[in-house]
Design a protein around this ligand. Structure first.
Ligand code: 3SK
Length: 516
């Protein structure tokens, strides 16, 4: 990659290049109601940049977005970046308290919010001293400004601001597993960096691809899947404004026949278990699927492959590093592992003293990434602990096999010792999920009568599972698969597991006994 020059605005590379290369009339996005060509997106993003300028927002200032996945999302996101203004897309499922914290933290001067999401936050918006304009998208504003009215008379041309490749282009809030979200500042050069590494070299994304992502655009995984990668080659994206359930996703798959589906493990498992779709879904154009958010259990990967004839590329990424840095690749898949480093990324496994460890040992994963954020906003000590020069600490424990593949062992703070031997909750969970009655599992340490830690499991059962004798059967199953000391001494059946908005199990809530 030649690399972006010092005067570099991500929108020139990602969007305007498509028009320069003759794809102005190509369909870029559909949200099932509205279609947007690359030419439309260029025009509308210029109008949005002009609107922000008229409102007095200046380069480097932030505009927040609480928006569903509709065609307005790329318009707002790219329009702001075109103007050198920093969009901050927020998870649409936060609590009012979290919104108040994040909007105050980023000091957004403008908020773009989908009409249906406004009632959840309307009350507290008046208490934010930096927030000057609330602009409602995709519906009536109830007395507030509406995007459609605000941009109607704006010019369709705008001179893109000559930002620096290393200038913050957008922020994403990292939910982590505990505490309030942290704002990660991402640079203009980073979108191209993810597209030319994972997008091009792992996915092999092409102009004739049609993509569908279960992960939403506000999430780093969704932003790459449904915006950066397809736009980097002039492909088409189907946006899903609804919740990604098996019914909505299978419905969109039937209607649009995507060639790439970007999913998450829970959804793949739910789709496979969904009785209504076991026989009737045909997906002739689907060529590849991806999975991230949490490690994909081996039985789910194998089950999907035998049901649909298409592989799932399991990978791992983070909000801090913008997209996937370890992944399986077409023709090089081993289910149950996260694969190998994505070309362009370097990884290390280190022990508690920071020393590199050998194959077969468990250590923390560090990544040297061209797409790393430049730090957390207003969080100096957390930034220093995470972004250590070239290397970013992931907080994930991994083991590398002799073939150079990496297998997830758990979050650094989720591991525990039983009889002096490390136990990876993920390993026990994978064994539980391989049992025919179990759909999802989470494992945490619990003290026994002597005060010694032992594994405890929370399981979500498949619809037709029989409870009688199940606990003993699960214990035997785990003992046989991964070793007698690792079996869960207690098993609790639950309806669902507590998860972050990005699908990661919040084991700390189960440890504290707060979530079920
Ligand atoms: O959780 C992940 O694996 C992930 C992947 C891509 C981008 C962001 C994240 C958090």
């Amino acid at each position: 990659m030649s690399g972006p020059s010092n005067s570099y605005n991500a929108v020139t590379w990602l969007l305007d290049r498509n028009i320069d290369e003759g794809r102005g009339s190509k369909l870029a996005f559909t949200d099932t109601v509205t279609e947007l060509t690359y030419g439309d997106l260029q025009t509308k993003s210029c109008q949005l940049a002009n609107l922000l300028k008229r409102l007095g927002v200046r380069r480097e200032e932030r505009v927040a977005m609480i928006m569903l996945d509709t065609v307005d999302f790329p318009v707002a996101f790219l329009g702001a970046i075109r103007a050198g203004i920093v969009p901050v897309p927020l998870n649409t499922l936060l609590t009012s308290e979290q919104y108040a914290y994040v909007l105050a933290d980023c000091r957004a001067r403008v908020l773009f919010i989908s009409a249906t999401l406004l009632p959840a936050v309307d009350d507290m918006l008046g208490r934010l001293p930096d927030l000057e304009h609330v602009i409602v998208v995709g519906g009536a504003g109830n007395g507030r400004k509406c995007l459609a009215d605000e941009v109607r008379d704006e010019s369709t041309s705008f001179t893109t601001v000559a930002t620096h490749a290393d200038e913050p282009a957008f922020w994403l809030y990292s939910s982590g597993s505990t505490g309030m979200p942290k704002g990660v500042r991402h640079l203009h050069a980073s979108l191209e960096a993810t597209a030319t590494t994972y997008g091009k070299q792992v996915l092999g994304i092409r102009e004739d691809d049609v993509g569908l992502s279960a992960a939403k655009l506000f999430f780093a995984y969704g932003l790459g899947n449904a915006m950066t990668f397809p736009m980097s080659v002039g492909a088409t994206t189907v946006l899903n404004p609804e919740r990604p359930t098996p019914a909505t996703i299978f419905g969109l798959m039937r209607r649009y026949q995507p060639s790439i589906f970007f999913g998450v493990p829970t959804l793949f498992a739910a789709m496979l278990n969904d009785e209504g779709f076991k026989t009737e879904v045909r997906l002739p154009r689907l060529r590849i699927c991806t999975s991230a958010g949490e490690a994909l259990p081996e039985p789910v990967g194998n089950g999907w492959k035998s049901r649909f004839g298409v592989d799932i590329l399991d990978g791992v990424g983070s909000t801090e590093l913008l997209h996937i840095f370890l992944s399986n690749a077409p023709g090089d898949i081993k289910y149950g592992t996260s694969g190998r480093p994505v070309p362009g990324y370097r990884v290390r496994l280190v022990d508690d003293a920071g020393l590199d460890i050998a194959d077969g040992e468990i250590g923390e994963l560090l990544v040297d990434a061209p797409s790393a954020g430049e730090g957390y906003w207003n969080q100096r000590s957390k930034s220093r602990r995470t972004f250590e020069g070239h290397w970013t600490r992931t907080g994930d424990k991994y083991v590398r096999d002799a073939d150079g593949r990496y297998t997830f062992c758990g979050r650094a703070d989720d591991m525990f010792k039983v009889s002096g031997i490390w136990v990876s909750p993920f390993e026990v969970e994978s064994a539980l999920i391989a049992h025919p009655a179990v759909s999802e599992a989470a494992v945490v340490p619990e003290a026994d009568a002597e005060g010694l830690l032992k594994p405890k499991a929370f399981v979500v059962l498949k619809p037709n599972a029989v409870l009688e004798g199940l606990r003993e059967s699960l214990k035997d199953h785990v003992k046989q698969r991964i070793g007698p000391w690792k079996y869960p001494r207690w098993i609790e059946v639950v309806d669902s597991l507590p998860k972050t908005a990005t699908g990661k199990i919040q084991r700390y809530k189960l440890r504290d006994g707060a979530a079920v």
